[in-house]
Design a protein around this ligand. Structure first.
Ligand SMILES: [Zn+2]
Length: 63
């Protein structure tokens, strides 16, 4: 992962394509594999995660 500062990275190649998403706020990592999942899911990963990212949406500390 050297040089990878987070965000969405899609790798295509001789093997199965993979998409990795790394949230730079909470360091949540998710990987998608497969053409369809990447085509329809990868672009939404940052958006869907940002909606639930615990770093961006703190649930509030214990009272
Ligand atoms: Zn996050």
């Amino acid at each position: 992962m050297t040089g990878w500062l987070g965000g969405l990275t899609i790798r295509t190649g001789p093997g199965p394509p993979t998409a990795d998403y790394l949230c730079t706020h909470c360091w949540y990592h998710q990987r998608l594999t497969g053409h369809d999942r990447i085509r329809y899911g990868a672009r939404d990963l940052p958006l869907t995660h940002r909606a639930t990212c615990p770093a961006l949406h703190p649930k509030g500390t214990t009272p």
